[in-house]
Design a protein around this ligand. Sequence first.
Ligand SMILES: [Fe+2]
Length: 245
Amino acid sequence: MLNWLFGKKEQKKIDLSRIGIDIHSHLIPDIDDGVQTIEESVDMIRKMQELGFRTVYTTPHVIWDCYKNTPDTILSGLADVRLACKTAGLTVEVHAAAEYFIDEHFTELLHTPGSLLTLPGNRVLVELPYSTPLMNTSETLFSIIEMGYTPVLAHPERYTYFYADPTIYKTLCGQGCELQVNILSLGSYYGENVQKMADWLLKHELITFLGTDAHRMQHLDMIGKGRNADLIAHYPFQNEKLMNL
Ligand SMILES: [Fe+2]
C-alpha cells in the first residue's frame, strides 16, 4: 500500500496546495527563536504562498523559562506581520496560535478559561522536552482533552526517548491526541533517526497533520528536497480539513 513511499525514488516538484494550511511556524519577529525581522517574516510568508499554502498559522514558542509569550505579545506581533504582508500584496491568510511547552505555566493556562491561543477546532499545539521524558506523558496529554481541547503533539518524530518503544504514539492517538510531523523530518534534514521515526509513524498511519516548523528561510528552501513531494501527494494528511473550521 505504501510502495510509493518505500519503492522507487523520483524527485518531483513540491506542491503544498494539497496541504493548504500550515499549522506550525515561527514567523513573528524577535519573540522566539524564529524570524528576527519583519522583512524576513514577509519573505518567508511569500515563499509559503509560492509553495501552495493558502493559510498559515504561526505558532511562537511559549516556554516560560525562556520565551514568556502571551496572547498580547503574539497578537500584537501578528498585527504587524499582517500589515506588512498586506503592504507587500500577499494573499495568503496569516493567523496565530502558539506552541506550548508542557511546563507548570502551561498547566496554569490550561486551567484558566480562554487563556490558550488555539488552532482551528479548539486544538492546542504542544511540545515535549527533547531529551528527558515527562513523568506521565499520556496522562498529561489526556488532561488537555479533559479540559475540552484536542492536543496536537508537535514533531513526535523528534523525541528520542520514545524511539525504543514508539507504541506510546498508538496509545496517545487512541485517547484522542493528534500528531503533527515536520515536513523536513520526512527527508534527512534532522538526521536518520528522526526520518526512521517519521517512517514508522507513516507506516502505522498515525500522522494527522504536517507542519513546516519553519524558523528561517533555509527550512522552506529545504522542503522541496528529497521524497517530500511524493509523500505529500499520496498520504492522507488532514490539514485541509482545518481550513473550513
Ligand atoms: Fe516549533
